[in-house]
Design a protein around this ligand. Structure first.
Ligand code: TYD
Length: 231
């Protein structure tokens, strides 16, 4: 069955994925390529609830295995409700994080058996594998610093306004940021994990130096995408 391209973006916190997804989406739009941008966790209404539970509620923390299954639950729903229907309509899907994040965060960083996670991801995703994955690689400390600065700016912007937390149906904990609260060594293991995944699958995973300028990264992504679209 002909289907659209499935393209994922991966990297440590603050690697610049969302900026690049936005730029690539604009480029596809200009070229008239039907596409959709989405994310994990949180690409569906159920996913929004799971995302808040995973990342914003410090009071009810899932244990490591529960966390793994919640990410898989988010993915199962996301595949069924968003990714598979879009691909089968021939649309190009740009997804912020997918199975490589589960391997890097729950596997290489948390320490859950990587082979087991690979099987679980294969069961969840079935035959849906990314056609290409852009890994924006930056040192973990640089990413965390970028996220910290962004947060500081956002705090000022939100003063006096309605925040997501204030309209949320799920209790969230102010200032609790899930994985950003983990220590630096955790994020270093995430980075190493991603690089290992890329080394094992160089055909699919394109590693891009995330310290390059936004424009240079966008140009590299565009070049690879144009090549893939012409295939
Ligand atoms: P998000 O705010 O989207 O982070 P980012 O902007 O860096 O993508 O939060 C998603 C978080 O969830 C991020 O810290 C990575 C983590 N995550 C996992 O641990 N496992 C997974 O399978 C996925 C999809 C994400």
């Amino acid at each position: 069955m002909p289907r659209g391209l499935f393209v994922t973006f991966e990297g440590v916190e603050g690697a610049g994925k969302s900026t690049q997804i936005g730029l690539l989406a604009a480029c596809l739009q200009e070229r008239g390529v039907a596409h959709l941008t989405t994310m994990e966790p949180g690409g569906t209404p159920l996913g929004v609830l799971l995302r808040r539970q995973l990342l914003n509620d410090a009071n009810i923390r899932p244990n490591q295995m529960a966390e793994l299954f919640l990410f898989c639950a988010d993915r199962a729903q996301h595949l069924a409700q968003v990714i598979i229907p879009a691909l089968s309509h021939g649309r190009c899907v740009l997804c912020d994080r997918f199975t490589d994040s589960t391997l890097a965060y729950q596997g290489y960083a948390r320490g859950i058996d990587v082979a087991m996670i690979k099987s679980l991801c294969a069961i969840t995703a079935g035959e849906i594998l990314p056609d290409a994955t852009f890994l924006l690689d930056i040192p973990a400390a640089v990413g965390l610093e970028r996220v910290g600065k962004r947060k500081h700016g956002a705090c000022f912007a939100e003063q006096g306004g309605v925040t997501a937390a204030s309209v949320s149906p799920v209790a969230t904990t102010p200032n609790f940021d899930g994985f950003e609260a983990e220590e630096l060594s955790f994020h270093q293991r995430v980075r190493e994990g991603f690089l290992r995944i890329a080394a094992e699958d160089p055909q699919r995973v394109i590693v891009i130096d995330g310290l390059l300028s936004t424009g240079e990264i966008a140009a590299r992504i565009k070049t690879v995408m144009m090549r893939i679209l012409e295939r």
